[in-house]
Design a binder for this molecule. Structure first.
Ligand code: GLA
Length: 403
């Protein structure tokens, strides 16, 4: 909280300095980053996923721009962005600018916008795996809705942010990230059915002092559009289409694995050519792990939940085949480390970080172990990696400016 207060103060000072904004008109959005302990790589197949947000948010301070200009300054990226809401540039450089451009275009699918924003945005954590992209997208949506006095529900914002990522940016991802960011609360595990978009918040006897969320950054960062993310999505769809066809069921134009009953997969698993068999195996085993995980969470069994996370990470490596050598090292180091209940890659898993649930009493040994073992395996990352211990947070929202 103290840290967020300091950062908000810096954002507001920059907003005043760069745009001459009046402090009395400044509003702030707090959009948390997210993790997905179980349910990896299955949201785009309309599977079941779990999530939590972290107490290390993206912060956006803004004032309305009456001329319809959108002018955003980032404390993480250069150069600043400026455009008019009536003339939004197509996707292009600088990459970070696409999220605010996409947010304007997304809202314009349904609303006429009259006002832009002057804003300053900042995120403290290194980029990769924690869905800073959905967090910034949601932050821009909330700010633009505020200055244009639009009333939009979190469920509608899930769809607006999906538009930014799928239609404007061109990443065929699911709705895990923005749903967790928009619908989580700090005392529960968020459990989302991506088919019905039904969200449950799973209670637990666990208290946030009982565990840390450990985040170990590999030092590798790059955009998902240039990874194999979309290729994996289309492999899952091809597998779904084949399974439906072999079972004599109708095959829609964009089949997904959720349309396939587990028994059908059981009957035809051996007939699927590789790597399609592995992709489908990941989907069906991950669905089972999510269901088991929800029960472990409800009964407060951290060790059992962590074990499922480690198994989920293993399936990401062998079935979904998305780990880079650096992330696989971190996965192995964390899962072997005393005090870690379980860990897996975060996000798409081609870069970024590994996340785990850990015992707060073991922070020191966890840091020591990573500092000893990770650079020993990847000396070029000696000065690039970092380790954080976070706590769960709530959902993205506009917050009052703290004095
Ligand atoms: C990225 C995507 C999400 C999801 C995860 C993997 O974060 O943006 O939609 O597919 O990877 O679970």
């Amino acid at each position: 909280m103290e840290e967020n207060k300091k950062q908000s103060y810096e954002l507001v000072a920059t907003l005043q300095h760069v745009f001459g904004a009046d402090r009395a008109n400044v509003h702030l959005v707090h959009a948390p980053l997210r993790i997905c302990p179980l349910g990896a790589h299955i949201d785009h197949q309309l599977g079941l996923v779990t999530g939590m947000t972290l107490d290390t948010p993206i912060l956006l301070a803004y004032v309305p721009n009456q001329e319809g200009q959108v002018r955003v300054h980032s404390l993480n990226f250069a150069p600043p962005v400026a455009f008019n809401i009536d003339d939004v540039p197509p996707k292009g450089g600088p990459l970070w600018a696409n999220y605010v451009r996409g947010a304007v275009v997304s809202l314009q699918q349904r609303f006429t916008l009259h006002y832009g924003i002057d804003g300053v945005i900042f995120g403290e954590m290194p980029i990769g795996g924690l869905s800073s992209s959905a967090a910034v997208g949601v932050a821009y949506l909330l700010a633009l809705e505020d200055v244009n006095e639009l009333v939009v529900t979190p469920t509608e914002n899930i769809e607006f942010d999906r538009y930014i990522e799928n239609e404007y940016i061109g990443l065929n991802n699911g709705i895990l990230d923005q749903s967790v960011i928009l619908l989580s609360d700090r005392r529960h595990l968020t459990y989302l059915d991506c088919e019905s978009v039904n969200v449950s918040r799973i209670p637990s006897p666990l208290d946030e002092d009982d565990f840390d969320i450990v985040v170990a950054f590999s030092g590798l960062t790059r955009s998902l559009v240039n990874t194999d993310y979309n290729q994996r999505v289309s492999q899952c769809q091809t597998a779904a289409g084949m399974l439906l066809e072999w079972a004599g069921q109708p095959v829609p134009p964009s089949p997904v694995l959720r349309m396939v009953a587990p028994e059908i997969f059981g009957d035809y698993e051996d007939r699927l050519p590789e790597p399609l068999g592995k992709r489908a195996r990941h989907f069906f085993t991950e669905m089972a792990r999510v269901r088991l995980g929800v029960t472990s969470w409800e009964t407060g069994e951290l060790a059992a939940f962590g074990q499922l996370m480690a198994e989920s990470g293993h399936s990401s490596i062998v079935n979904y085949e998305c780990g880079s050598p650096h992330l696989i090292s971190l996965y192995e180091i964390l899962n072997d480390c005393p005090g870690v209940y379980g860990a897996r890659f975060s996000g798409a898993g081609f870069r970024g970080c590994c996340i785990g649930l850990s015992d707060p009493a073991h922070r020191e040994v966890i840091v020591e172990t990573i500092e000893r073992d990770y650079p020993a395996r990847h000396p070029e990352m000696q000065d690039q990696f970092s380790v954080y211990f976070c706590k769960p947070d709530g959902s993205a929202q506009r917050v009052p400016l703290l004095e």
